[in-house]
Design a protein around this ligand. Structure first.
Ligand code: ADP
Length: 510
């Protein structure tokens, strides 16, 4: 049984631990994949922005070149037409035309604006025509070989204006990209040349290089503080962790509670089986005495009248004891089933105490008890169910006899204490350890020593006393010192206050 219980608890703990580890691992994975996904999306977005900018630049360059071509197709080359063209195409802030031999055709009379550029132009380009981007100093120069006014190819070298790129291209192409992230363009020195929104405290996620059209610049993607999807996932993960921790606490508390319940249940089961054994034993003793004395009398083997009377007295006494035992068990079962009811009406205390003492006169005398009974005069009548209070008092006296050892003194007293009457039963017996003083009022509870003291009992006597006291709106207390004796006091209120539900009913069952 114990091993099975341990196994179950072990299994629950192991399952919880596995769950905790799995939860932790999947949380980490979730976080990692969210981060990865976010970076991929960021890269896609930055790449897309870079391509868009590059295409816009290429398209503008294409248009500029086409219009330049038209001007150069005029067989009479006029520098003014090119001046006008320059003003209309602000993308380039410096334009120079030269022939294959390096003679500058435009601006007329000016020196070579891009010395050395000619060397960079391969033969093939002169022959087939075409264009490429070259870096001259910090400037990107578009070098295009196109047919000149005389039909011979000329080299158009056009320095791109950064200002125009910012104004005409970046603002127009990147301005429309909405989203939580901030897109920016950085130049070769990592200076920000453009940003879709102020970057402030945003975190740099990644940068993507442009292509050939903007060789030294990069697109940068920033994530504003607090809005990153990763921090969202982190928040969710924290929430999940907190919920999981709560779950673990609940499981632990549940385990603890279940363990306590199971332990209590098994203790209760043990106490119940002890109870059955003890009650059977308790019933057997008076029954066998009654039987033995009855049979002896029946066989007419008792010659003298005095002995016969003594035997009759034993039979009566033992049957009274039997009745008390059975009453205890039956009342206990009624209490357990919630069916116990008390008939409460004002009743004098003195006759009740004397009735109980009378019932115990013989066993007390037989065991040589010195008995003191003091009932204060003029005690007020107490609202009570007399049969129940007699039973409670009887149980206290019975215990005093059972647990008295060698010093056989019993003191019973009744007195008024404020608006209560206290009925006291004191012995000088074995006493009760302080740690057990509360527990002896629990059902089935017996101090381990009871067995070794040779007295058996059902373990429900004091539980009944407590129930009866509380049903009358009163209580029962015990003061005791092991080896010196015990004093049980039953307090019953004189003025009927609010009663516990059991006290209110009328006459059922008794
Ligand atoms: P039981 O049938 O065992 O007497 P009770 O409920 O009447 O059951 O008492 C519970 C336990 O309290 C007893 O087993 C005994 O150990 C202890 N007890 C009760 N009354 C006394 C007493 N007067 N002196 C010492 N121990 C007592």
């Amino acid at each position: 049984m114990n091993r099975a219980r341990l196994l179950i608890f072990g299994a629950v703990i192991a399952a919880t631990a596995i769950l905790a580890v799995l939860g932790y691992v999947s949380l980490r994975q979730w976080q990692a994949s969210a981060e990865l996904l976010f970076r991929e999306q960021a890269r896609d977005m930055a790449t897309m922005a870079a391509e868009k900018v590059e295409m816009a630049i290429l398209k503008t360059e294409e248009e500029c070149l086409s219009s330049l071509q038209v001007i150069l197709m005029d067989p009479v080359f006029r520098a003014e037409s090119l001046d006008a063209w320059s003003r209309k195409n602000p993308l380039f802030d410096r334009v120079s035309l030269m022939d294959r031999q390096g003679r500058v055709l435009y601006p007329p009379g000016a020196p070579d604006a891009y010395p050395g550029l000619l060397l960079e132009i391969p033969q093939g380009l002169w022959e087939r025509g075409g264009r490429r981007h070259l870096l001259v100093g910090d400037q990107v120069v578009l070098a295009a070989v196109i047919p000149g006014p005389s039909g011979a190819p000329v080299l158009a070298a056009m320095g791109r204006s950064e200002e125009a790129v910012k104004r005409e291209v970046l603002a127009k192409t990147l301005g429309g990209l909405e989203g939580q992230s901030v897109l920016a363009v950085l130049d070769r020195a990592d200076n920000q040349v453009y940003a879709s929104r102020p970057v402030d405290r945003a975190r740099l996620v990644l940068t993507v290089a442009f292509g050939e059209a903007l060789p030294t610049w990069r697109v940068a993607l920033y994530q504003p503080a607090g809005v990153s999807p990763v921090s969202g996932v982190r928040r969710q993960a924290m929430l999940f962790t907190a919920a999981f921790a709560l779950l673990l606490v609940v499981i632990a508390l549940g385990l603890g509670a279940t363990y306590r319940v199971v332990r209590r249940e098994s203790e209760m089961a043990r106490l119940k089986s002890d109870f059955v054994a003890n009650v059977s034993h308790d019933l057997k003793t008076p029954l066998s005495l009654i039987r033995m004395f009855g049979e002896t009398l029946e066989l007419g083997r008792v010659p003298d009248e005095a002995t016969r009377r003594e035997y009759y007295a034993v039979i009566t006494r033992e049957s009274e004891r039997l009745t008390r035992l059975i009453d205890n068990v039956l009342d206990f079962s009624r209490i357990e089933g919630g069916r116990q009811r008390y008939d409460i009406a004002p009743h004098p205390v003195e006759p009740l105490v004397h009735d109980v003492m009378e019932a115990f006169r013989y066993p007390l005398a037989q065991r040589g008890f010195k008995v003191d009974v003091v009932v204060a005069p003029d005690l007020p009548d107490v609202p009570m169910d007399p049969a129940a209070v007699k039973q409670a008092l009887g149980n206290l006296v019975d215990n005093a006899i059972k647990y008295s050892g060698e010093r056989r003194r019993l003191a019973v007293a009744a007195r008024a204490e404020g608006d209560r009457v206290a009925i006291e039963v004191a012995d000088e017996g074995i006493g009760i350890p302080a740690a057990e003083a509360e527990r002896i009022f629990e059902k089935f509870y017996r101090i381990g020593r009871s067995e070794t003291q040779g007295s058996r009992g059902s373990g429900v006597g004091l539980a009944l006393v407590k129930h009866i006291a509380e049903a009358h709106g009163g209580r029962v207390t015990v003061e005791s010192r092991p080896g010196e004796g015990s004093r049980f006091t039953l307090y019953l209120p004189v003025v009927q206050g609010p009663l516990s539900p059991q006290g209110r009913g009328q006459g059922e069952g008794r």
